[in-house]
Design a protein. Structure first.
Length: 594
């Protein structure tokens, strides 16, 4: 079976020797092009074991393996196809003695690393207030992923102690015959840099290096790939700088932009034909992303019809927005669309609360893609347990949760005082008492990496609780939603809810972007630095280009500045109020932000 390719895809697939950069627009057949190039190499005189195809997720690696296997049936080939971390692990396995470890080493996950760091801090009698274990773990990760040198002689006392902690941490990993996740990239780079004979061994072993999602690599990954490819120069990278949205993980899309500086003789091919979306979606998203200054410009186009205009809905608040989205989904179902044709995308996990409640009340099956439902999240369950116990001291399940979550003194203080205060304080005041008594934000910050997400979830719960006068109504509503919160199996026929970050790589007939407000998208924490704002715009671009046929953009309060960057002639604008839905001219009723 041959893959049908357009002229640009064919050109990329047939390129054999020398560096090649494929800058691939959204929906332009990136994976098909990579697989085709891999197959062309396998069909030529290249020994399969000489090829490395690197991805950044197991899902992507499995997809490539599956596509290759479907075409190259019953043929014995063994190129490496896998994640960059699994590739690094293979190298470490061969070179383990160099690091004072054996081949049967253990790979520590985040929880293992955090436990080790906590023990080191305790042994050195360092206060958690100044040396937060999670912050230390993040700094150690930065040191490794950015290939920083660490010495204990620093003018800054904190940095000296951090360096000492790092060195003890490394020593303890060695004692445990273990590597952490960052080691899987950093350690091969270190040995390549220090031992020329080891580097030459692997350069001779691999003639062709292929890298998917090249826009998402970090510094250590960049050096690993560059060092491997230096001898033969047969490096093939593919990606889209307009979809680089993972800087919080350490990725640096400038590496993608600078590829032709690293490899001056590189050939550059642009894949600009989109096969996924209708024309109006392509025109609008392309118009948006052109406002970014740091990019390799592309002119995305499609042979698909222009299709429907982009629907922009203005609401008064998050609850009204959620109900409006439900109404539009029910209308789509009435007209023949399926539940699985629809996805709702949002910037932060906390936004799912209002949407979930509207879905439950409208009896629309839904599924959180890649995350817990709102009322299943630990911080929400902790706070709800406190409120439940306050109004029902016989609730032993909630009491047990409080005891297990907090140290004895704090747990007993809550159990003694919550029932007493239930008749005196509002729900919001009870939540505040719970949090102040336990120093709950500090507890979250010291124990969980996604502290800011959890903090936003709590704020969302407080906002929701504030709308209730009667605490029993609130608890009943929570209980009913929690009862339907379990997910014993995946629901095929359901609307998918997910963050925009989770949506990358997916596509749906109908996309609903929720909370396209200034302060949410772009997020308020991204408004200071230009680089951060441009990444938020890339997030918006990713969200828009998930849509195949219909794109609904929703906001309340102040509209996102990104809405002002969309062509007015492609927009159908509707304002929703207690008086109904009004059709408006897009220029007439929208605030543009400079």
């Amino acid at each position: 079976m041959e893959l049908k390719l357009n002229l640009k895809q064919q050109e990329a697939a047939e390129h054999k020797d020398g560096p090649l950069l494929i800058t691939a627009g959204a929906g332009s057949g990136k994976t098909k092009t990579l697989v085709s190039r891999l197959l062309k190499l396998l069909e030529s005189d290249v020994i399969p074991e000489k090829i490395v195809a690197i991805t950044f997720t197991n899902k992507a690696a499995n997809e490539i393996k599956k596509r290759v296997a479907a075409i190259k049936k019953n043929q014995n080939y063994q190129p490496f196809i896998g994640t960059i971390h699994s590739f690094g692990a293979q190298i470490i396995k061969q070179e383990a003695p160099y690091f004072g470890r054996t081949k049967n080493f253990t790979i520590f996950d985040d929880e293992d690393s955090l436990s080790l760091i906590k023990r080191i801090l305790k042994d050195r009698d360092l206060p958690k207030e100044r040396f937060n274990p999670l912050a230390i773990m993040a700094k150690i990760s930065d040191i490794k992923s950015e290939l920083k040198d660490v010495g204990e002689e620093n003018e800054n006392a904190y940095d000296s102690k951090l360096a000492a902690i790092f060195n003890v941490y490394e020593s303890e990993l060695k004692k445990n015959n273990a590597f952490d996740f960052d080691d899987l990239i950093e350690k091969p780079v270190r040995i390549f840099q220090k031992e020329k004979d080891v580097l030459e061994k692997y350069q001779k072993k691999f003639d062709y290096i292929m890298v998917d999602e090249y826009q998402d690599i970090n510094i250590a990954q960049y050096f690993l790939i560059k060092l491997l490819a230096q001898k033969h120069g047969n490096i093939f990278v593919i990606g889209d700088d307009a979809q680089s949205i993972y800087s919080f993980r350490g990725s640096d899309f400038r590496i993608f932009l600078n590829f032709d500086h690293d490899w001056p003789e590189a050939k550059i091919i642009k894949l600009e034909e989109n096969y996924r979306s209708d024309g109006n979606i392509i025109k609008a998203s392309s118009s948006l992303i052109k406002n970014n200054s740091l990019q390799k410009p592309k002119d995305l186009w499609t042979k698909n019809q222009d299709g429907e205009s982009i629907k922009v809905f203005a609401y008064q608040d998050a609850e009204q927005e959620a109900w409006g989205i439900c109404e539009n989904i029910l209308e789509k179902i009435k007209n023949g669309d399926k539940l699985e044709d629809m996805a709702i995308l949002y910037r932060t996990n906390a936004q799912s609360r209002a949407i979930e409640q509207a879905f439950l009340q409208n009896k629309i099956p839904y599924e959180i893609f890649g995350g817990l439902k709102f009322y299943g999240r630990k911080e929400i369950k902790d706070l709800v347990a406190g409120i439940r116990f306050a109004f029902n001291p016989n609730d032993s399940v909630s009491a047990e949760r409080i005891k297990k979550t907090f140290k004895r003194e704090k747990g007993l203080y809550l159990l003694d005082n919550l029932p007493r205060l239930a008749g005196e304080l509002s729900i919001v005041e009870l939540i505040n008492f719970f949090m102040e008594s336990t120093d709950y934000f500090a507890y979250l910050e010291n124990n969980f990496r996604n502290y800011n997400d959890r903090k936003e979830n709590i704020r969302e719960l407080i906002n929701f609780a504030a709308s209730y006068q009667n605490p029993h109504d609130f608890l009943e509503n929570i209980s009913l939603m929690s009862a339907s919160d379990g997910k014993p199996k995946l629901i095929t026929e359901s609307v998918k809810l997910m963050t925009i970050h989770m949506a990358k790589g997916l596509e749906f007939k109908n996309i609903f972007i929720a909370g396209c407000n200034e302060g949410l998208l772009p997020h308020e924490q991204s408004l200071i630095k230009k680089d951060d704002l441009e990444e938020e715009r890339r997030l918006m671009y990713v969200a828009m280009t998930r849509a195949k046929k219909n794109l609904f953009i929703n906001f309340y309060n102040l509209p996102s500045r990104f809405l002002g960057e969309l062509p007015p002639e492609l927009i159908e604008f509707k304002k929703v109020s207690e008086y109904g839905i009004e059709n408006k001219d897009w220029d007439e009723d929208t605030i543009y932000l400079e």
